[in-house]
Design a protein. Structure first.
Length: 182
């Protein structure tokens, strides 16, 4: 079982830049569909309510969605993505909680048709997904006011995520995560 990790304030700046390809503009979801067609990933995960909603409306059917019913840290009306098995997880802001790890491991094991509903904040959960998903998968999250970020799961990206999380605090006071806000 993984331990709960907390993002220290001094590491927040490292997550301000996109972790992958940034697709900006009003047509980001449509442009992502072209990438999806080209790459044909082993698995596709989307993290964030706005990103999930935009991709679903564009006809993209991710294997895993991770949502927290919040956009830019403000609550939105809860909704249930249709036809998906729901897994609930606790993940306080600025953390990667062991409960969230368990939920993401289960989601990746199930391979498709899963929605992880997070009580707390889903922003940092891109990091464990990088580690858990198979090489050749894609993870999409929103970069606030800029567009969608597409992260390709590679050995190099997995090593980076492990190293980054290895520098996070196991306990103590923490900061808020800023990887994704919708």
């Amino acid at each position: 079982m993984r331990k709960t990790l907390r993002l220290p304030r001094h590491m927040r700046w490292e997550l301000k830049r996109p972790l992958g390809l940034l697709i900006g503009g009003e047509d980001a979801a449509e442009r992502f569909k072209e990438i999806l067609e080209e790459r044909r990933p082993r698995m596709l995960a989307v993290v964030g309510d706005t990103s999930t909603r935009n991709l679903l409306e564009a006809g993209v059917n991710p294997d895993i969605v991770v949502i927290d019913y919040r956009v830019m840290r403000r609550p939105i009306a809860p909704y249930t993505p249709r036809g998906r098995r729901l897994i609930r997880a606790r993940n306080p802001p600025g953390t990667i909680d062991e409960d969230a790890w368990r939920a993401l491991e289960e989601a990746v094991t199930l391979k498709s048709g899963v929605a992880v509903i997070v009580e707390g904040e889903e922003d940092l959960l891109v990091l464990p997904l990088i580690i858990l998903m198979p090489i050749g998968s894609l993870i999409v999250y929103g970069q606030p006011h800029e567009g969608l970020v597409v992260v390709e799961v590679t050995e190099e990206r997995k090593r980076w995520a492990e190293e980054f999380m290895g520098r996070m605090e196991e306990d103590g006071s923490g900061a808020e995560g800023d990887l994704n806000q919708g």
